[in-house]
Unconditional design. Structure first.
Ligand SMILES: [Zn+2]
Length: 570
């Protein structure tokens, strides 16, 4: 493909509104252009990459036995009224009326349409399992669309829906989609992790998020080489230490600590490290106030406090409530002498023979505090947030904590929609039962943006080979030189005949401009044809991601480049 004939407008400047690197680079590399707030056009280079993600998704969905359909973008309000979501979906649902005054919406998701379809077409257990998917444009009227195609209002999504006779069959469908998603993101050449997640607004009993790891990600995930992954809010902390021996700890001692409230003040004043201090926090929940202690260098986890009590919410109590429960101003709370609230200690405190804590009176702390000896806690529990280097909950390894971007989400929906919309079937005994559903989404454009967040440098995009708009770019430095162009076209023709996707930069531009654009576009392998090299019968080859350079003889260049690309396709 000749650069001079392509609509491939590169830019030196970042767009003013762009906050994340993928947005900046997709714009500068001519992949996308903005039409309106949160609405983008895919340009030729961007579309080539987008279609590669789509192709990988199609292959893996088909392999998993799913069938492709294409549902309408415009949906009638009746279906949303039937499911009950018309009233509570809120302003993200773009609603309008047609010329007959009928309420409609632009589909942000397709549970209603697909459930209606299956209700009409599937009546018997013999017609299941069935899994239907589509790759289609969706619209969610986000109040603050940001990050380019990462969080746009109009976006392309793969959504799949499975229909089964019972929970166990639905579990099998879920497992197959989990595996298909692993293959999709592996084949895209991405580093990712699947984490257990809360199922959020869509509802349902169980879900996993697929997160592409990138430092700019909005979510934090804990992952281990054994395959374990979880959102840090959810990840359990396995206590791997033993119980410390407290038999020779001196008696409890009250220490005057005037005005020493913060952990930093207390540790400096008492000459101890945060690892030797228990910090005491009071949480307010719908089950009442609760006091918890964690090591001062650890973070208390409100979600774990909530789960421990079986509460619906848990948040830090007000200063007044802290005083009410502890009898002390904030900064001097401790686990001893608490009235009217349970006291739970985090497991990590088991590893300390004794600790320093607030004394529940102003300007005082205790040292040599031993739980069991000096006071009796209500119980011990995992109450802190996991962090880098903590033991993995599933194996003997340790977890790493990384940031991630959610690119896929799979849900067990159960019978939420089938019951609301009366999608039933007759089982082998002729009994009517609700169909059991699952739903499975991949943000197609977002996957590309996440790939860039994970693969770029100061000069531009470093596409993984499976997602690159072109696999090889040829840079003839002097396009006015006939011999240079003859060699360049010869290599292009032979590579294309070998099935390699080639971008030939035939523009009459300075070498500096061509090198800069090649780096910005992120084509994985660059072949440079300069006058001196040609005289010696060699081309200069550079790998975009590693930056490795080598000289390859013109006789071998086609085989070399073909092998290099094919090895890296997935
Ligand atoms: Zn592990």
């Amino acid at each position: 493909m000749q650069y001079s004939k392509l609509l491939l407008p590169t830019l030196k400047e970042d767009p003013a509104e762009a906050e994340v690197v993928s947005h900046k680079l997709m714009f500068r590399a001519g992949c996308i252009r903005k039409l309106s707030m949160g609405i983008y056009t895919w340009m030729p280079a961007g579309l080539r990459s987008l279609q590669k993600v789509e192709r990988i998704i199609r292959e893996e969905m088909n392999r998993a036995g799913a069938q492709e359909v294409l549902m309408p973008a415009v949906q009638p309000a009746e279906l949303w009224q039937e499911s009950g979501r018309w009233d509570y979906y809120g302003k993200e649902l773009l609603r309008f009326q047609d010329r007959h005054g009928r309420d409609c919406c632009m589909g942000p998701t397709h549970e209603e349409v697909i459930t209606d379809l299956v209700k009409r077409e599937v009546h018997s257990y013999r017609q299941m399992p069935i899994n239907l998917y589509q790759i289609q444009t969706k619209f969610r009227d986000e109040i603050r669309p940001r990050f380019g195609v990462m969080r746009s209002r109009e976006f392309i999504m793969k959504d799949a829906y499975s229909f089964d006779v019972d929970d166990s069959a639905a579990g099998e469908a879920y497992k197959m989609m989990h595996e298909a998603y692993n293959k999709v993101f592996e084949r895209c050449g991405l580093k990712f992790v699947a984490v257990e997640a809360d199922s959020g607004a869509i509802g349902g009993s169980f879900s996993h998020e697929f997160m592409v790891l990138a430092s700019s990600g909005e979510d934090e995930v804990a992952a281990c080489d054994c395959g374990y992954g979880a959102n840090v809010e959810k990840a359990e902390v396995r206590y791997a230490g033993g119980e410390a021996d407290s038999s020779s700890v001196p008696p409890l001692e009250l220490v005057d600590t005037p005005q020493q409230r913060t952990i930093e003040e207390v540790t400096t004043f008492m000459k101890v490290s945060p690892e030797e201090v228990a910090k005491t926090l009071v949480f307010e929940t719908d089950k009442g106030l609760v006091v918890i202690c964690v090591r001062a260098d650890h973070d208390a986890n409100p979600a774990k406090v909530k789960n421990l009590l079986g509460a619906n919410y848990a948040e830090l109590a007000t200063d007044e409530d802290v005083m009410k429960v502890t009898g002390a101003p904030v900064g001097f709370a401790g686990p001893m002498g608490i009235k009217d609230a349970p006291v739970y200690l985090d497991n990590a405190l088991k590893g300390l023979p004794s600790f320093v804590s607030g004394a529940n009176k102003a300007d005082a702390h205790y040292k040599n505090m031993v739980p069991g000896r000096d006071f009796t806690p209500t119980g011990w529990a995992d109450l802190r947030t996991i962090r880098q280097g903590d033991p993995c909950p599933r194996c003997e390894g340790t977890v790493t904590v990384a940031r991630g971007i959610e690119v896929g989400h799979i849900f067990k929906l159960g019978t939420k929609y089938s019951e609301a919309m009366k999608a039933t079937y007759l089982d082998a005994d002729g009994k009517e039962k609700p169909i059991v559903m699952g739903c499975y989404g991949i943000g197609v454009g977002r996957t590309l943006a996440a790939a860039i967040e994970q693969n770029h440098d100061g000069n531009g995009i470093c596409w993984p080979v499976p997602l690159a708009p072109w696999e090889v770019t040829i840079l003839p430095l002097k396009v006015k030189d006939e011999e240079t162009m003859r060699v360049a076209r010869d290599i292009e023709t032979k590579l294309e005949a070998a099935g390699i996707e080639v971008l030939l930069d035939d523009r009459d531009e300075r070498p500096g401009v061509k090198f800069k654009d090649a780096d910005l576009l992120g084509v994985p392998l660059r072949i440079t044809l300069g006058a001196r090299g040609l005289a010696e019968g060699i081309a200069e080859v550079k790998e975009r991601t590693s930056g490795e350079e080598s000289s390859v003889s013109l006789d071998d260049i086609v085989t070399y480049a073909t092998d290099w690309v094919v090895e890296r396709r997935k």
